[in-house]
Design a protein around this ligand. Structure first.
Ligand SMILES: [Fe+2]
Length: 299
């Protein structure tokens, strides 16, 4: 598949959409400040307080069962100190993304989509933690966001996407392959357009763009391979909902495994097959976190 031609098609699909959810400017500003290790909690808290919706959202999530605080946290600055900049960045981006597409009609079960996304995020974070990847929050966030292109295609091309999903039921086609046949592009290229529109950091955009072709990733090949493996595990072993995913690893997963084992000093398993079984053993614990995430972020 020719990436340049697929990008041109994706940009064309984007051109005609006028009511794209936007990330409020204040949120983009807060997120980039949270990325700056030199920024002070006071300055960030002041900026967050200038948007009451944002401030209220952070207070609500920090007091949810997801973070087991011993007493109620009622100030934004305390939330920043309690959770740390990276976790707050992760929480804000996730909740705005969920919110942006919350009430959009889809030809697939959105609950299933979120469960898959939160599972991929939680598994990516778990793998990242196991191999001492330096930013496990980033692994979590990009794991959640990697398939955003599906939400865009499903909403703005609802009938075609619905027909496409129906047409591959009980066939060996994957959703990714079918998207290419129907649209001449896939959720990866469309997701990249969306990530650029929302000014996501370039590493997020690169992973969204290449999680089905991890050998082409340039920004962070290790994290791309982690997300690709987590994504495959979720869709083939947890639940794919109405999305179609081969149950046997294909070229993309083999490549992801190769990159992963080349870049990780001590992989947690000796082969891709063993690695998938290892994730199976871990999933019971991870799934409890997924339920909490789902309840916190979607209510
Ligand atoms: Fe995908």
């Amino acid at each position: 598949m020719e990436k340049v031609a697929m990008m041109i098609k994706a940009r064309r699909l984007f051109k005609d959409t006028t009511d794209l959810p936007t990330l409020p400017a204040i949120v983009s500003k807060v997120v980039s400040m949270l990325d700056d290790p030199e920024a002070s909690p006071d300055d960030i808290a002041d900026l967050m307080l200038s948007d009451q919706v944002l401030a209220a959202r952070v207070i609500r999530v920090v007091n949810s069962p997801l973070y087991r605080t011993s007493s109620a946290i009622m100030s934004v600055k305390r939330a920043l100190i309690f959770l740390g900049f990276k976790s707050v960045r992760e929480m804000i981006l996730t909740s705005y993304f969920v919110d942006g597409f919350k009430n959009k009609n889809q030809p697939f079960d959105m609950k299933m989509f979120w469960i898959n996304s939160f599972s991929a995020g939680a598994i990516s974070r778990h793998i990242a933690d196991q191999v001492d990847y330096p930013d496990i929050e980033k692994a979590y966030l990009v794991g959640i966001l990697h398939d955003i292109g599906k939400v865009f295609l499903g909403h703005y091309f609802k009938d075609e996407y619905g027909q496409m999903l129906t047409s591959i039921k009980n066939t060996s086609f994957t959703t990714y392959e079918a998207e290419y046949e129907f649209f001449g592009t896939t959720h990866c290229e469309v997701g990249l357009c969306l990530a650029q529109r929302w000014n996501f950091p370039s590493v997020y955009s690169d992973i969204i763009s290449y999680h089905h072709a991890p050998e082409m990733a340039t920004e962070d090949p290790l994290l791309t391979s982690i997300v690709a493996l987590a994504d495959f595990y979720c869709l083939s072993h947890v639940s794919s909902g109405c999305f179609a995913q081969a149950s046997i690893p294909g070229l993309a997963e083999e490549n992801a495994w190769k990159i992963f084992t080349q870049l990780v000093p001590k992989p947690p398993a000796s082969s891709l097959e063993h690695f998938l079984s290892y994730l199976d053993e871990e999933y019971e614990v991870i799934s409890r976190e997924v339920d909490l995430l789902f309840n916190t972020m979607t209510t």
